[in-house]
Design a protein around this ligand. Structure first.
Ligand SMILES: NC(=O)c1ccc[n+]([C@@H]2O[C@H](COP(=O)([O-])OP(=O)(O)OC[C@H]3O[C@@H](n4cnc5c(N)ncnc54)[C@H](OP(=O)(O)O)[C@@H]3O)[C@@H](O)[C@H]2O)c1
Length: 231
């Protein structure tokens, strides 16, 4: 049974990943900040007969990340899914940038996924599939930036993309595949009600992309519809 660890699994795309991988028979380590209030996730785990477990994890708490890695030390993790993320609290305009908010956003979107890879790398390297995927965004593409603004969010995902590229190079010899994934524009709390895609369609697309990954794909920025995106 392949296994996946998902951050931010209580709502949005993370919850949908937990739902689909549980339905597909995977061993799911579903992480979230407040397991006690994660009703939808509790329902998925409750019906899974132990195949899906919920773990308390605030991704900005590096001590908590290390403690969870210690708890799961023996368990191979086929797919490490860095999903948790935040959008900027309001549109950022030059001259009115909220630098404290920027630092907080980088802690979640950039530093946390990197720390999570450091802590769970051995679990991934001991698995069969050996995959790491980080939820990025087309808004992190420098090539695709034609409208400016959004300094906080864009920079966090562009920097995450750079981390993905370095990880892909550094981990190639250990057989670990690392990709950045763009989910499209999906109707979650972050994406909003006007977004193009149902979370189920965005996630089933990404699951399909991940299912077909080969080591030669490591270091790519891939969309939910399998298109390769420009950095
Ligand atoms: N939706 C889109 O259209 C879209 C487009 C491009 C990229 N993305 C990316 O896809 C990923 C998932 O987005 P989404 O649309 O599902 O967002 P969402 O609906 O806003 O959900 C965000 C998830 O991240 C979790 N999270 C935030 N801060 C956290 C922290 N410090 N520790 C642990 N968990 C934390 C949230 O948990 P809480 O409930 O505890 O806050 C929640 O589970 C993000 O990385 C996002 O940047 C989304």
């Amino acid at each position: 049974m392949p296994s996946v660890l998902i951050t931010g699994a209580n709502r949005g795309l993370g919850l949908e990943f937990a739902r689909q991988y549980t339905a597909d028979g995977w061993r799911v380590y579903a992480c979230c900040r407040r397991p006690d209030t994660a009703a939808d996730l509790l329902a998925i785990a409750g019906g899974s007969e132990g195949q899906t477990t919920i773990h308390s994890l605030d991704v900005v708490d590096h001590g908590q990340i290390a403690a969870l890695a210690k708890e799961l030390w023996d368990d191979p993790i086929d797919l490490l899914l860095n999903n948790a993320g935040v959008y900027e609290p309001h549109q950022t305009h030059l001259g009115k940038i909220d630098f404290a908010a920027w630092a907080n956003l980088l802690a979640v979107n950039l530093l946390a996924p990197t720390r999570i890879v450091e802590c769970f790398l051995d679990n991934v390297a001991r698995s069969d599939k050996k995959q790491i995927a980080c939820l990025s965004s087309q808004m992190g593409s420098i090539t695709d930036n034609k409208s400016g603004g959004h300094y906080l969010y864009r920079s966090s995902k562009a920097a995450l993309n750079m981390v993905v590229k370095s990880l892909a190079l550094d981990l190639h010899d250990r057989g670990v595949t690392v990709v950045a994934l763009d989910p499209g524009w999906a109707r979650t709390d972050m994406g909003g009600a006007d977004a193009d895609l149902a979370p189920a369609d965005s996630v089933s697309g990404m699951v399909h992309v991940l299912d077909g990954l080969k080591i030669g794909d490591s270091g790519k920025f891939l969309s939910y519809n399998d298109a390769q995106l420009p950095w």
